[in-house]
Design a protein. Structure first.
Length: 388
């Protein structure tokens, strides 16, 4: 009989109310239905259909939370108090929201009863904080990283309830230190070539802080008497620097220019006249030229090797990725000799370039090192999952 009455009630609401509140009620989104109805009733308290939706949603939402609390308490499990605390808070917050309507409607219409949840909330809060604290200490006693990480999260929950709970801050630091995986980033030069001192300094500025994760800490300077879980080694096996190359291209640019004039003579050697009786003049031309020398300067470097991920506990290589960095020095300049009037505008523009000094080998290595630095950072990011 009760089921029939409830079904009839819902059908009545569906017919009477087409607002979004009824849609949320039908879907079981009771708190959303409550929020929608409260908003509508604050605008217009005479909407009976919204009062009916609010009454039903408020009843069902409270029933759900109270049933959940009862079931959790009956379970007898120690980890229930966080959920119980959330449910009591939901009851309290819902009650406070509905109480706002007291100024516009009679709350008896929706079956409202003011319940004091303060003691229940305080009790659940205390027990939840205590459970997470005790559980975290138990996990820390296990001594392994994964237990320490869970302990860290549990202690953060305790701190969310009571920021100064017992020695929670000290335990958080302990859990953090125990839970981290520590990785040492270093360089080994097996290339038979000498590396500049600045090379290792620059490469170790790989902005390792950028790739640190919550539980993975990278160092480039080893701490004294500290055990690192993993090594990441930049193993330099090849440094190949090409000779200083000069490729030259010689060519000549020429053009004809006016070079005075001469009289046009007839077959008898007399100066010919035009129709106006003027002497006929013939322009004279000469060829001017300029010798062009285009020079291409080039020098290249290749640094190659591997990036090795090593488990320090057993000294086993768990991953090796090839690395190869290239850097090129290129410059072009042009010189000219001869009559500069003979050159084209394009050649004139080339003459603005100048010869440059070839970079020393040490500078070439540092430039390639910058390429290598970004490459290694990308590889480490892609393989972070290995270092747990």
């Amino acid at each position: 009989m009760k089921k029939f009455i409830y079904a009839t009630f819902i059908v009545f609401i569906v017919v009477a109310c087409s607002s979004s509140s009824i849609k949320n009620l039908q879907k079981g989104n009771y708190d959303k239905a409550i929020d929608k109805s409260i908003k509508e009733l604050l605008k217009d308290p005479t909407k009976d259909e919204e009062i009916k939706v609010l009454s039903q949603a408020y009843l069902l939402a409270n029933q759900n939370d109270n049933q959940k609390i009862e079931q959790l308490k009956l379970s007898g499990q120690p980890d229930i108090w966080d959920q119980i605390y959330s449910s009591y808070n939901a009851l309290q917050n819902r009650q406070e929201k509905v109480a706002r309507l007291a100024q516009v409607i009679n709350l008896n219409y929706i079956g409202y009863q003011n319940v004091n949840y303060n003691n229940e909330i305080t009790n659940a809060k205390n027990k939840a904080a205590e459970y997470f604290y005790v559980h975290a200490k138990t996990l820390l006693d296990k001594g392994d990283k994964y237990s320490a990480r869970t302990a860290y999260d549990e202690l953060q929950k305790t701190k969310s309830y009571f920021p100064n709970y017992k020695d929670v801050d000290d335990l958080i630091k302990i859990a953090y230190n125990k839970g981290n995986t520590y990785v040492l980033f270093k360089i080994e030069n097996n290339s038979q070539s000498i590396l500049p001192v600045a090379f290792e300094e620059e490469l170790c500025k790989t902005s390792l802080a950028d790739i640190n994760q919550k539980w993975t800490i990278y160092d480039s300077k080893p701490l004294k008497d500290f055990f690192y879980d993993y090594y990441i080694i930049v193993n330099i096996k090849l440094i190949d620097i090409s000779p200083e190359n000069l490729n030259q291209n010689h060519y000549t640019e020429s053009k004809q220019v006016a070079d005075g004039w001469s009289y046009k003579l007839d077959k008898n050697g007399n100066v010919m006249k035009d129709s106006l009786g003027n002497d006929i003049k013939i322009p004279k031309f000469k060829t001017i030229s300029c010798n062009i020398n285009e020079v291409q300067q080039s020098k290249a470097i290749i640094i190659a090797g591997t990036l090795d991920f090593i488990n320090n506990a057993n000294r086993q290589i768990i991953k090796t990725d090839p690395i190869r960095a290239e850097w090129f020095f290129k410059n072009a300049f042009t010189t000219a000799s001869g009559d500069m009037s003979a050159i084209t505008p394009q050649t004139a523009a080339k003459l603005q370039s100048t010869q440059m000094l070839f970079p020393p080998n040490a500078d070439m290595i540092l430039q390639a090192g910058n390429v290598l630095k970004n490459m290694t950072k990308d590889i480490i990011r892609r393989n972070n999952y290995l270092l747990k």
